[in-house]
Design a protein around this ligand. Structure first.
Ligand SMILES: Nc1ncnc2c1ncn2[C@@H]1O[C@H](COP(=O)(O)OP(=O)(O)O)[C@@H](O)[C@H]1O
Ligand SMILES: [Mg+2]
Length: 407
């Protein structure tokens, strides 16, 4: 074990921060001002959602500038007088440590949680500190509006945004390379999408899924997601009860079921339960659009579209269902078939795996896990390739039908 990957792969330099060009640029520009003297905006307010690189970027800034870093947690009662002591001392007096650039970067993390908010004492002290500090000061907050207006106005604003799926995938890819893990891009994409803009969450999920592995395929993800599995009934109940898009979406992501099947369950059940005709029409609309996105995602291998489809079938349905609901028992969609359930299916699965394994010089276990799902997708969607593969592997009709059903 090597400890948490979020620490191991923490960005050390500003150039290691991904997906926050504007914020990093603004932060650097503010810091450069301090090189010329004591600027009007002594403090920077770094704000944005959790896990987007705020703390990491501020530490990296100190590193890049050659400044000593003094981090304080705003929740601590003694903090403010302590900060005043440290930050208020004259410029040019050098640093506490060996640095010679004459600056300390004083960081007040969780500044939206300053002790003494109730009586405003904490913020009054902070205001005075902003006036008198001789050193660059950074306030970090998730919610900029939790900080009083006059303090906000005295700061340079640096906004960190929710990271895009692409930016997260980029970082996950880098980490996998460094760990010597060969990861299926699809898996990284799903982890990234699930994290919803939060890199800390994505890296932690990656570590949970990939630790001790050299290869990362779709079935590893299934295993990890099963830990937090919801039944499809729980999911439907969530969609019918949740008041927020976020909640409905989270329920979908913790469901271990192919999106097409989830959509079939929704399609079979939700419209019957929604009593109001207008709402029912809206629900159908969300379902049909989810279906269109799913089709496109599959055909074009555009896995990013899964996200839209998922949003439509979870949040889209939840927000259009209205309040007028009937009590009807959920039923299983008629056309979902369960494969690899019966003994005959298992026998079929093993015979196909054996055939492929002997051609690919891989174990049947690896073939079942990493090869068969893809072959299924290929056989199902690419007629030409299907012919070639069927011939090459000498698959019987029944075997190729079985593989297609996996895709
Ligand atoms: N933009 C980013 N680029 C690279 N890594 C990031 C980024 N944002 C977060 N991380 C990773 O997530 C961890 C937590 O980030 P952190 O800066 O503490 O988030 P925040 O302070 O915004 O909550 C970091 O150690 C790093 O591994
Ligand atoms: Mg932080």
């Amino acid at each position: 074990m090597s400890g948490p990957w979020v620490d191991k792969y923490r960005p050390r330099r500003l150039r290691d921060i991904v997906g926050q060009q504007k914020a990093v640029h603004d932060l650097l520009r503010w810091a450069e001002e301090w090189k010329k003297g004591r600027p009007k905006k002594r403090a920077a307010l770094v704000y944005g959602p959790p896990g987007t690189g705020k703390s990491a970027a501020v530490a990296a800034l100190a590193n890049d500038m050659g400044w000593d870093l003094i981090e304080m947690n705003a929740g601590d009662k003694r903090t403010l007088s302590e900060i005043r002591r440290v930050a208020g001392s004259a410029a040019g007096s050098g640093t506490l440590f060996s640095g010679t650039k004459g600056r300390r970067l004083v960081v007040l993390d969780e500044a939206d949680n300053i002790h003494g908010t109730a009586d405003r004492g904490g913020y009054r002290a902070l205001k005075e500190l902003l006036e008198e500090t001789q050193n660059p000061l950074v306030l970090i907050a998730n919610d900029q509006f939790a900080i009083p207006w006059d303090i906000r106005m005295a700061c340079a604003w640096i906004n960190f945004r929710r990271l895009t799926t692409e930016a997260i995938v980029k970082e996950l890819t880098r980490i996998c390379r460094a760990e010597g893990i060969s990861a299926d891009p699809r898996v990284l994409n799903i982890i990234a999408e699930t994290a919803n803009g939060d890199m800390r969450c994505a890296i932690t999920d990656l570590q949970t899924t990939a630790t001790g592995k050299k290869r990362l395929g779709p079935s590893d993800l299934a295993l990890y997601r099963r830990d937090r599995e919801l039944s499809v009934y729980d999911f439907l109940n969530k969609v019918l009860s949740s008041e927020s898009a976020k909640e409905a979406r989270a329920a979908l992501w913790s469901l271990d079921m192919p999106p097409e099947d989830v959509l079939a369950w929704i399609d079979e059940n939700v419209p019957k339960i929604v009593a109001d005709p207008k709402s029912r029409a809206d629900v159908y609309d969300a379902i049909s659009r989810a279906d269109v996105f799913l089709g496109r995602a599959r055909r074009g291998q555009l896995y990013g579209l899964w996200g839209y489809a998922g949003d439509l079938m979870s949040a889209g349905v939840a927000l259009s269902r209205g309040k007028n609901l009937r009590h009807i028992k959920f039923v299983s969609p008629s056309h979902i078939r369960h494969f690899a359930r019966t003994r005959a299916d298992r026998a079929m699965r093993d015979s196909v795996a054996k055939k492929i394994a002997s051609r690919c010089h891989a174990s049947t276990k690896v073939v079942r896990r990493d090869v068969m799902p893809y072959l299924g997708v290929i056989l199902k969607h690419d007629k030409k390739a299907a012919e070639r593969i069927t011939e090459e592997l000498e698959l019987t009709d029944a075997e190729s039908k079985f593989l297609k059903a996996l895709g």
